[in-house]
Design a binder for this molecule. Sequence first.
Ligand SMILES: Cc1cc2nc3c(=O)[nH]c(=O)nc-3n(C[C@H](O)[C@H](O)[C@H](O)COP(=O)(O)O)c2cc1C
Length: 375
Amino acid sequence: MDLSTTFTGLRFRNPFLLSSAPPTESESNILRAFDAGWGGVVTKTIGLHPVVNVVGPKTKFLRADADSPRLSMKKRPGAALHSSWNWELISDKTLDWWVPRLGRIKKGHPEHMLVASIMAGSGNDIELRHWQELAIACQEQGCDALELNLSCPHMDRPDMGSNVGKDKELVSIVTQVVKQVATIPVWAKLTPSTTDIVVEARGAFLGGADAISSSNTFTSLPVVDADTLEFEINVDGLVSTGGLGGPAILPLSLAKMSQLTQAFPDKSFSGIGGISTFEHALNYFLLGCGTVQVCTAAMLDHAVGPTIIRELNQGLTRFLEKNADKGWKSVGDLVGIRRDRVVAQSKIRRPTEKDYRGGYEAEGYATAEELGVKN
Ligand SMILES: Cc1cc2nc3c(=O)[nH]c(=O)nc-3n(C[C@H](O)[C@H](O)[C@H](O)COP(=O)(O)O)c2cc1C
């Protein structure tokens, strides 16, 4: 079945992409991902200057026990994945390393979409020109689109990553600066860690963004081990805030996406956060996303998610076959069809006066006896 879809003017053989992260950190990974069937990839974020990561693990996975409320990063049988936690910086390879590889990847796989994720500082004109330098170099190698990383949650510099994504004016300026030189679509990847993501999205669209990608990871801390009193991931006992991804953020990211697609129903969105099955991805399509991206689930599946993409493609095929009578031929036919079902709480139907039992007796609340209240 033809699973192709058009997003920001680009034809994707299917709407499933690997997001910017370890699965797309090297040429060999990206080639394996294309062979496995991903419609496109967003490269690990490329910068101009070398970065040095912390010693020890950059990512760990938090798991939940089936029969107790315990959450821990310790590996144990029978535990289910709750989330990923990482404090990895952008690619530790610089633009010079990436340039020949981007060219080779694109030449070898013209039918797969190669999106370059880029990041620079934004504190002055020189740094803003770095964004342009990165954009020009990637598009000269044949990249199909650019994704601006305005969302990495663990950059110390106030003019980088999610610190840019929290400032609507900087979001707008960076997007505009890149759009001045871009000949390919520009996607802005926003941080979910703000009060109202619609504000920053408006900045990105005013700057000329062709699409918004959301969510990057949510700002978070690892849990403390109650025996050692150490954070479960630390270096010399120290930790900083990092990013939470995986199953735990699916509902959180959907709420952000719902706000975005309702505020800008005619714009393009790429949904990210907690996706490992077609059913998860479907949520994003129904809310108004034209493509979706996957990270944590792929990291845990042979590093580039061959099983995940097979099941995503099979899930979409089954879904389109099952609903053929509705005339749905591609994911484009589903985009946004549940967007307007999310409404203000006050618009949700209340019981009639006759049925209403207020106070302690209302359904869902503890009874007076349970609360120990004397009538
Ligand atoms: C180890 C790790 C590294 C990441 N690096 C980047 C990055 O360089 N650039 C970026 O835009 N997002 C980065 N992300 C965020 C992911 O692309 C994605 O937005 C996030 O993990 C949520 O998706 P998920 O729930 O499928 O993991 C990274 C995530 C992880 C877990």
